[in-house]
Design a protein around this ligand. Structure first.
Ligand SMILES: Nc1ncnc2c1ncn2[C@@H]1O[C@H](COP(=O)(O)OP(=O)(O)OP(=O)(O)O)[C@@H](O)[C@H]1O
Length: 253
């Protein structure tokens, strides 16, 4: 099957500090991959390199076989590489429905006259309803985003990412700030994502990681330590050592 995302030997230096070292990763349609690693392992830097927020020092990034290593972030978005939105970017007084309408119009390049565009864009209402259903947000469609519970905000972030029609979806801590008891709802929604989408999740909540991921990739000190199924990862002494080592470091500092 053709790879959607191919990352080859990616490296990044900040001055003399190598934060990403020779990391490779491939995602195919339908993949459910989690990227884990102790604090400071380089997960955020890796995502920033892949999405085009940072330029790599070395390595190649391909989307559907095309080299995008030097393309700006917006061009990668247009090719279907989408990262879940950060809640800080949402307008607190706008409703959930209005956010979804705006995201779809933005994708279509039709935000110039927002309200007349909403009426004139065929299929927009249907698409909004589908996204509300998929993310179980129907009951709060007319609620201002500032009034949403954390879990609902996280679901809206995923819905907004989906409105961009991703081929590769990067979920950056989708359950951040959500009480553990509610993270199940986020996972349920993630399990309903289109089957052909490739999903890469960065997440600290291991219950969520183990339930979601078919493959887990472990980073430590900027390097790919190992990758495999949940069973393989938990049995790997190097993983335990990386996590315990980082805790011992944290205690020392
Ligand atoms: N702009 C920068 N300049 C210098 N060093 C940086 C920069 N950005 C990140 N780093 C360093 O790179 C390392 C990796 O950071 P990164 O945020 O990618 O890790 P992470 O795995 O996402 O951590 P966390 O799980 O805590 O979010 C850290 O040591 C960090 O201090």
């Amino acid at each position: 099957m053709t790879a959607l995302l191919e990352v080859e030997n990616l490296s990044k230096n900040f001055g003399g500090l190598q934060v990403t070292s020779d990391v490779s990763l491939t995602l195919r349609p339908g993949d459910r991959c989690a990227l884990i690693g102790p604090n400071g392992a380089g997960k955020t830097t890796f995502v920033n390199l892949v999405t085009g927020v940072l330029d790599p020092t070395a390595g190649t990034i391909r989307l559907e076989g095309q080299d995008v290593t030097r393309l700006p972030a917006a061009a990668r978005v247009r090719r279907g590489l989408i990262r879940s939105f950060q809640v800080a970017r949402l307008f607190r007084s706008m409703t959930v429905r209005e956010h979804l309408e705006l995201a779809i119009l933005e994708r279509e390049g039709r935000t110039f006259r927002l309200f007349s565009s909403v009426r004139r864009t065929p299929g927009l209402e249907r698409e909004v309803e589908d996204l509300l259903d998929l993310m179980a947000l129907g009951a709060v469609a007319e609620t201002a985003v500032g009034q949403l519970a954390y879990g609902q905000q996280r679901l809206l972030e995923i819905a907004l990412a989906l409105a961009m029609r991703p081929k590769v979806l990067i979920l950056d801590e989708p359950a951040a700030g959500v009480p553990h008891s509610e993270s199940r709802r986020i996972l349920d929604a993630i399990e309903r994502l289109p089957k052909d989408l490739a999903v890469l999740m960065i997440e600290h909540d291991m219950d969520l990681v183990f339930r979601f991921a078919k493959t887990i990739v472990v980073l430590a000190q900027g390097r790919l330590l190992c990758s495999g199924t949940a069973g393989e990862i938990t049995a790997d002494p190097r993983v335990r050592e990386a996590y315990l080592g980082s805790r011992a470091d944290a205690r020392r500092h």
